[in-house]
Ligand binder design. Structure first.
Ligand code: ME8
Length: 644
């Protein structure tokens, strides 16, 4: 039996149920699930929490557009999310929805606690607001004038709001990073956060009065809570904090909050500050993982370029997908998702390495030993046996060491060292030759026994990562009756007398070319019709105010006083004029001359670093080699003509 090692509390972010989840979200949950399963197997009392973050302006807007109430909207999406986790056999212990009464009451208690400690006050918020991210930004935080998180436009906004005295906690949080560097990993994220705090922490706006899809502020019915206070507190409200706190007492503080890199800031600055204010213990660790990117950039529902985990699971099964996600990517770094890399992993590691080992071993034991695993004949023991045994029994400790670092890919690599060693052992011992010689029966028995042992150990080691495959292997090697125990992975010689039985191949070989073509066809744009996320609708009169004209760029040069600007001399029919655009990072002046473009011709003139610009040239955003670029919106029509 594995000894009890105490409690382990792990969380995923609570996902926005704005639409179905994609493979990026799945990645985070698969990691948390593997860790939870691993910790359970190695003797911890695990609490694994996930859930959904259901309030906020964005959800309200999406529901409005869909013509349903926000509650109806989220109920529907959350049902799909739960279905996905069920299909993937995600072993969460609780699923918290921020619209549940238990959450609402407890968040209000947290608000009151912070308020009573003097850390909440009423003020007026003025800033630059990004609607999709529901974040206010200061001018200095913007990147190229756009939201630093999502790159979209921001607009000035002002409202009466409640504030949390975040600024008061800057020093304590910096000290926390110094005294407990393990609080926030990887180190690069810690340095990023230090830099962020050193720029000066502003108090945090924690309420809104411009929409009502949120938890009411207990002291002011005109306000609802701003999402981050609502969202972050899920980690304690799910445990019953402030009401029925048996689980809270048992599991808090969390051992790890697993989060994507763009929400590390909320978890490692705002969340500890709120807990400090409320006098509650801090989570032990925030781990920031990287993003799965597509070759063209980040997956985004609004771009419509998401990879749907359901389609991949339908085709390849949950374990193949989980294995790929955990094996391919390095924790903390971004990784590129491609179908080809995924299919190769499935074929080489799963169908070839593991699948072949299982089918060859089971077939040989059936053929040479009537399906019963023979005893080892000690007199035939050699160095290769010793090496296989040592590789196999020492793997569990290595896997544990890698899992302590959240290095899922390396943990799996340690297991595959055993898989590959066992395959090589078959080639080295050549049982089909031993079987031809009666005198070698003892040696053949040893070889068969050792292979069965290797498979048994592998079935234990892979259990946290691919439990259905582990169960299938255990069925084939006759261990269907026994729960895998982690400590068994360090034992040898347990297989004598077990009855093996060949089953279906655990991972069929894939025809990569054919699969690629079919996946491509499945994701083809023809089949998809995902509405774009657009700005507020306008009426025809709004559009009619624009005077769009064709113009020819006749001269182009860099602005003498601003690196990012190009100064264009335009010919627009009878008129010549100067237009300045912020595109110097994208075009060389000489490449612009002669281009015919579309111009917003009646835009009020303005001065840019001393030079007048009259009108605006339209460009289309594009991407090349994963970088944002621009394209001319060109036309062959004669300059001066209207565009409408
Ligand atoms: O941020 N690759 O919710 P969310 C890897 N509700 N991870 C990705 C990803 C990708 N391509 N796309 C998204 C929220 N994620 C808040 C959290 S927690 C108190 C509140 C990850 O649904 C992302 O990094 O937008 C984040 O950690 C998680 O999915 C949830 O994103």
């Amino acid at each position: 039996m594995t000894e009890s090692k105490g409690k382990y509390y792990i969380t995923t972010p609570i996902y926005y149920p704005s639409s179905n989840l994609h493979i990026g979200h799945t990645y985070c949950t698969v990691m948390a699930d593997a860790m939870a399963r691993f910790k359970r197997m190695t003797g911890y009392d695990v609490m694994f929490l996930t859930g959904t973050d259901e309030h906020g302006q964005k959800i309200q807007e999406i529901a409005d557009k869909a013509g349903v109430s926000p509650q109806e909207y989220v109920d529907n999406v959350v049902a799909g999310i739960k279905e996905l986790w069920k299909t993937m056999e995600i072993s969460y212990d609780d699923f918290i929805r921020t619209t549940e009464d238990r959450h609402i009451r407890r968040v209000q208690n947290l608000f009151m606690k912070i308020y009573e400690n003097g850390d909440i006050y009423k003020g007026e918020y003025e800033g630059l607001y990004c609607t999709p991210c529901e974040s206010f930004w200061t001018e200095s935080q913007l990147v190229d004038g756009k939201c630093p998180d999502c790159g979209r436009d921001v607009k000035p906004a002002k409202e009466e709001a409640y504030f949390f005295r975040l600024s008061k906690y800057a020093d304590r949080i910096l000290r926390l990073y110094d005294e407990h560097p393990e609080f926030l990993e990887p180190e690069s994220r810690r340095n990023e956060m230090r830099g962020f705090i050193n720029q000066g922490l502003e108090d945090l706006c924690i309420s809104r009065s411009t929409f009502d899809w949120g938890i009411p502020v207990p002291i002011d019915e005109k306000h609802v809570m701003y999402v981050w206070l609502d969202a972050l507190s899920n980690y304690i409200t799910a445990l019953g904090w402030s009401e029925d706190d048996e689980k809270y007492q048992k599991y808090w503080p969390a051992d790890v909050h697993l989060v994507g890199k763009e929400i590390v800031r909320f978890h490692s600055i705002i969340w500890p500050a709120m807990l400090m204010s409320a006098g509650l213990p801090l989570p032990k660790q925030i781990l920031g993982h990287g993003w799965l990117l597509l070759e063209g950039g980040k997956m985004s529902k609004s771009k419509g370029n998401v990879v749907d985990p359901v389609k991949l699971i339908d085709r390849y099964g949950i374990d193949a997908l989980k294995y790929f996600l955990l094996r391919e990517y390095t924790f903390g770094q971004d990784g590129i998702f491609t179908n080809e890399v995924m299919l190769k992993r499935m074929n080489y590691d799963l169908a070839n390495d593991l699948g072949n080992l299982v089918s060859r071993t089971v077939s040989m034991i059936e053929k040479y030993d009537g399906g019963i695993v023979p005893d080892i004949d000690k007199s035939t023991w050699t160095d290769v046996d010793e090496e296989l045994k040592n590789t196999a029994v020492s793997a569990a400790a290595k896997v544990e060491a890698q899992m302590d670092r959240f290095a899922f890919n390396m943990a799996l690599e340690e297991i595959w060292i055993v898989v590959r060693r066992a395959n090589k052992y078959i080639d080295e011992t050549a049982p089909w030759i031993l079987a031809k010689d009666e005198e070698q029966k003892g040696r053949l028995d040893t070889v068969m026994h050792n292979l069965a042992e290797a498979l048994r150990i592998i079935s234990v080691l892979i259990y946290p990562f691919m439990h259905t495959t582990a169960d299938e292997i255990r069925k084939q090697i006759g261990l269907w009756y026994a729960e895998p125990e982690w400590s068994d992975a360090s034992e040898f010689e347990m297989m004598s007398g077990e009855q093996v039985k060949k089953g279906n191949p655990i991972f069929p070989r894939l025809d990569i070319e054919k699969e690629l073509a079919e996946l491509e066809a499945m994701n083809g744009p023809k089949e998809e019709n995902i509405p774009l996320e657009l700005k507020d609708e306008i009426v025809y009169d709004d559009f009619d105010k624009l005077d769009l004209r064709v113009g020819t760029i006749i001269e182009a040069e860099k602005h003498p006083k601003a690196d990012k600007l190009l100064v264009f001399q335009m010919k627009m029919g009878t008129e010549k004029r100067q237009i300045i655009s912020g595109v110097a990072n994208y075009f060389k002046p000489e490449d612009c001359v002669g281009k015919k473009v579309v111009v917003v011709a009646n835009l009020a003139p303005r001065k840019l670093r001393g030079l007048e610009s009259k009108g605006m040239i339209l460009f289309a955003e594009d991407e090349a080699d994963g970088k944002e670029t621009l394209q001319f919106v060109s036309t062959d029509a004669a300059d001066g003509n209207s565009v409408n």
